[in-house]
Design a protein around this ligand. Sequence first.
Ligand code: NAD
Length: 287
Amino acid sequence: MSAKIIDGNALAQRVRAELKQRADHLGARGTQACLAVILVGEDPASHVYVRNKVRACEQAGLKSLKFQYPADVAPQTVLDQIDALNRDPAVHGILVQLPLPPQFDSTSVLEAISPAKDVDGFHAMNVGALVQGRRAFVACTPAGCMEMLKSAGVALKGAEAVVIGRSNIVGKPLALLLMHAGATVTICHSQTRDLAAHTRRADILIAAVGRARMVSADMVKPGAVVIDVGINRLPDGKLCGDVDFDAVAEVAGAISPVPGGVGPMTITMLLANTLESAERAAGMSHD
Ligand code: NAD
């Protein structure tokens, strides 16, 4: 293998140690940063994600509150809970774990969260601010990818960046962040005609699709930086990304693995956003 590994676990550990210091500092001033997590239904993956988020909060010195509801809960019950959390000055971040059961309109639930506590960065106000290049809570996975590129010393100004995937939570916000950082960005998606023709031009290639190993070595420019956001479960139960890691690592200059890449950085950015919200509430400037 010739590519340098962009190790999300190691970076997450370093960033979380810094966040813990900030959380302790804030605690000494009388504020404990607090994340409220709302979980509806029995989806096993959602339960694992929420458990990981709660544990990460504890380890970084943040408080977490968990509100759990059965799958058949009335949407108004959840909206009332969000309203109460919006008003509670001791709560700095609110997260609704997706997906929600079919009786919910997910967009209206996410829009019910106060933009000032929207630490997932999904509210239209925060997305709009991101589009305009203003300070906002940025969705955690794209923010984590940017930290990974920064930690690897990747030059973004003038670089050709190709993002595969145009979802609201990964592809679109990540493309905006890369553009604001000075890259020339192409967004590819399910209707893109010749995907490889685009990816082969990329100095920075991001895969956020959800199709196991769809990015093969012949789709990657020699020396490119490859960030793999995809999480796919193989028939043998193992996880893999959207990139054919072993083959692409022979061609790329740097590559992030799955697991141990973007995943740990996503949770880390959730902690960072919650802490930032708490610091703002405590009157500590972020400008
Ligand atoms: P999504 O299903 O909302 O979006 C997938 C995107 O891929 C779509 O925009 C679609 O147009 C595009 N696409 C589908 N088939 C394609 C093809 N053949 N060629 C090119 N583009 C194609 O998914 P998402 O929520 O953006 O997540 C993408 C992947 O990232 C999933 O595997 C998900 O599990 C993973 N993910 C990981 C993290 C993390 O923390 N590591 C966080 C969020 C999502």
